[in-house]
Design a binder for this molecule. Sequence first.
Ligand code: GLA
Ligand code: GLA
Length: 656
Amino acid sequence: MPGLGDVTGPRGILFGGDYNPEQWPEETWLEDVRLMKDAGVNSVTLGVFSWAKLEPRPGEREFGWLDRLMDLMHDNGIGVVLATPTSSPPPWLGRLHPETLPRDEDGRTEWWGGRQHFSHSSAAYRRYAAAITEDLAARYGDHPALTMWHINNEYCTYDWGDGAAARFRRWLQQKYGSLDALNSAWGTAFWSQGYGDWDEVLPPRHAHYMKNPAQVLDFKRFTSDMLLECCTAERDIVRRHTPHLPVTTNFMPLWVGQDAWRWVEEEDIVSVDLYPDPRDPFGAQSSALVQDLTRSQARGPWMLMEQAAGPVNWRGVNHPKPRGLNRLWSLQAVARGADAVCYFQWRQSRQGAEKFHSGMVSHAGEQGRTYQEVRQLGAELARIGDEVTGSHTPNDIAILHDWHSWWAGAHEGRLSTHVDYPQILTAWHRALWQAHLTTDFAHPEHDLTAYKLVVVPQLYALTDAAIDNLLAYVRGGGTLVCGFLTGVADEDDRVRPGGMDPRLRELFGIRTLHEWWPLDADESAETDGFRGTLWSEEIEAAGDVSVEAAYKGGELDGAPAVLRNGRAWYVSTLPEPHALRVLLTRIAADAGVRPVLDGLPDRVEAVRRGDLLFVLNHGREPVTVEVPDAQHDLLTGATVEGEVTLGRYGVAVLRS
Ligand code: GLA
Ligand code: GLA
């Protein structure tokens, strides 16, 4: 199978971005190439939104402009990631085939005039998408500029319309075989929902009161599967023409709509788009989470397909990146496994919805600070590329994450709407990040034996296989720590006996889970060691387990808050940030996991990648950090003895 290494091998770290030259006169293309070469750009992604330009009327083809661009890139040594243009169909498709337009839950049509107005279930959409993909692959498969394929863009659409309803029924027939099985899995005995004919089954459309959670859960699974079908159909076409070239599709960061563990099985390169807010004090950590997840999905190097060189234009207020931040965050991605540092987009648009979204070349042009910093970064990436690409270091800690559990746990009828899965995942990752403990992510059914510590922030729904996996992991000598609302439901979102799977209760030493006690937003639960937030539980511990923290005051006074049964820990609340960090540091130390470097200041991040040690200063003030032995800094060429000083947003890439 071809992979990212086949592309980076000849080129080093991929550096570049989405290039939308169809928005510009051809004179500008020559200027673009000059600036690209000057900045060390070695890869551009063409064609992401080019469908109407390539096929202005049904069945017509206009390839001339793209021929000239492919040649221009090749003549200048710039590789092309060619996108199938299928995420934004031309207006004629919606006009000719209104059934290609998705409907929302309330039955409203998503019209053309924006983008991503396609129904994953529409046969007409799929037919036209396949045809343009086929012709692109036939025309450019042998072109020497072509390095890889980029299918569609950020698959993220839903459809509640009639075409999707018909397809949903077929998906359900395949999954359940019979209506009886569907009625049982969905618990339709509740509220008179029993289905007597397949034609009665619908996507979970606008309803008077709360929808059936199992139906909603299956609809999310169905949507992810349909989008994946669209993706693999196009992948199969390009693979037939170019079996030697790798294929990717770009994810959004921690996007709710795709079961990305499943998706990555179908692509050769894992890529993600990442847009942290420059003002977010935890921007680096939220990026680190996505980077760790993406690296774990790739099981090695991955591709940062898009980031912004300056502001985005889709937040309420869109801040630019202060001097040095683009470089720092780009090198952070490399530290955490990226072998490609790419942007949306090369040149900032003058028209269209994203004209105030930054590009590598901003409205200020060549002399602008944005381009000048991009240029410096390009030179630095070229300097370290040989030593970095292809290298990978697995971590000792895995955080478990699963989309199906996230989907199930998000149902309308839950006990607290303050319990938000991504926030909980973030809180636990942040505590580990702040403790300078680097982590991988894993699926609950993955082989976990290589990890010393497995962390489960929250897995509301678990399959029997996942529970067996966790039990075997602890039995085999692993340390496990689980947060609240874990193991509550099975894969049909049926509550397990006792409110939490009995085998898990036994593992943690929980005799009875009497009640859940969610906390209001301004409320906290005191314990004898720390303050808990969001949630608390009325638990009765089994005789021989250790109560590591107990609730103090209130209804739960004296009841266990944190339980430890050998190497299995259960945390029934969300400890406030400092406490969670202290707790996880202690559990990690017991499991034999140490921080990357000792004594690091809070704002410094240290990450090992292969033989290299990346040290990153996330602050504006200079900082001096002790490092082991004598080291060579690949960025400056200097030898570093015992300590390294990093300036504002400074980075060192060290080799012993
Ligand atoms: C109402 C309804 C019941 C049930 C309860 C839940 O009283 O009549 O069917 O939904 O609310 O509080
Ligand atoms: C996404 C899309 C791009 C662009 C950027 C803007 O990542 O893939 O086309 O819209 O967002 O941030």
